[in-house]
Design a protein around this ligand. Structure first.
Ligand SMILES: [Zn+2]
Ligand SMILES: [Zn+2]
Length: 348
């Protein structure tokens, strides 16, 4: 209750700030379009979110504690040279709405409660004992053997093992391991924060695009990473286990999300829709996957415009290993923050 009230208060404050900012803008005669100059000296005029209604990024929607520092605004240049205003947002790096884990089960007798999930672009699986035993069948390769003769699952158990497994050239000794990291193994035992620049008002791009970098940030303080490098992970006979919220640790980025399964959501849900849980790098909101996406008229990026929420994306199901299908708006070049998913193997 307390949290919610504080959030509301913060939202009101932000709203006033935004209003003041808009008044300032119109005083300068900028209105809702901006004039920009690209490198060639040509002048282009762009309108903000021309056909898509969007109220822009509302930093008041982030949960208390999700941001490592207050969001600030600054001038920024989008990938095509468009000049606009961006929020500098630093997510704290560990979700404030849930405890991370569990990731890997301890024994092959364990139920789904003892482990998280795995997804590989084809399906999403509970990582229980049966899943560990069934790996050779699932991937049609008898080299899979992720448990010992006593039925104990082979799991990364030290920082050294974690680091040796969560890299492109997985240490052969750690093949056939269920790879899991822990907060306490990150530097200083602290979450790794990530700073991103996101346009305050989304600016439509000429065409949809995908990015190799981070795709967005959740409202509870976690980076949405690009697809996990599943092929490399499986080639090393490892499983880079996700928890039941679709995230996991690696030594470079800390905890990050690869699959959307309904965590980190706002309370408000309007009828027929799912709840918002993130902002994409182009400034449009991201909502949880639709249960029956075919029943909606979604665009190529799984987005649609509704009266209540304006334009927003719906995340892919976790099985797709790609939280956001693509972006219709422009992003700040190189704004995805450090890492953006290094070519990691087991850690992904
Ligand atoms: Zn929707
Ligand atoms: Zn990862």
């Amino acid at each position: 209750m307390k949290t919610k009230l504080l959030t509301r208060i913060r939202r009101v404050q932000v709203a006033s700030l935004v209003l003041a900012f808009l008044l300032l803008l119109s005083a300068c005669g900028s209105g809702d379009s901006s004039t920009t100059t690209d490198g060639s000296g040509d002048t282009t005029v762009t309108s903000t979110a021309e056909t898509m209604s969007s109220s822009g990024v509302d930093v008041g929607l982030f949960f208390d504690g999700a941001l490592a520092e207050d969001a600030t605004t600054e001038a920024c240049i989008l990938s095509d040279g468009t000049e606009t205003t961006c929020y500098r947002i630093t997510v704290a790096g560990d979700p404030v709405t849930y405890e991370t884990g569990p990731f890997c089960p301890e024994t092959i007798a364990d139920s789904a409660d003892a482990g998280g999930i795995w997804f590989d672009g084809n399906g999403v699986y509970d990582i229980d004992g049966d899943f560990i035993v069934g790996l050779a069948d699932l991937y049609d390769d008898d080299n899979w053997m992720m448990y010992d003769e006593d039925g104990n699952v082979l799991v990364t158990e030290t920082l050294e093992e974690f680091e040796a497994a969560a890299r492109p050239d997985v240490d052969p000794a750690l093949q056939n391991h269920c790879v899991e990291g822990r907060l306490e193994w990150l530097e200083g035992g602290e979450p790794i924060s990530t700073t991103v620049l996101i346009p305050v008002e989304p600016v439509l791009a000429d065409s949809a695009s995908t990015t190799n970098g981070n795709l967005g940030v959740t409202l509870d303080g976690v980076v949405i990473a690009a697809s996990a490098p599943v092929d490399a992970i499986l080639a090393a006979y490892t499983i880079a286990a996700f928890d039941d919220c679709g995230g996991h640790y690696n030594p470079f980025d800390g905890y990050h999300l690869h699959g959307a399964v309904g965590c980190s959501e706002l309370d408000e849900i309007s009828e027929g829709d799912t709840a918002m849980f993130a902002y994409a790098m182009d400034g449009f909101p991201v909502f949880s996957p639709l249960h029956d996406a075919d029943a909606f008229d979604l665009d190529e990026c799984n987005g649609h415009e509704t009266e209540e929420h304006g334009y927003h994306y719906h995340a892919n199901g976790a099985e797709e290993n790609q939280v956001i299908e693509c972006l219709i708006g422009k992003t700040v070049a190189g704004a995805e923050g450090p890492g953006g998913g290094p070519p990691a193997g087991g850690g992904g």
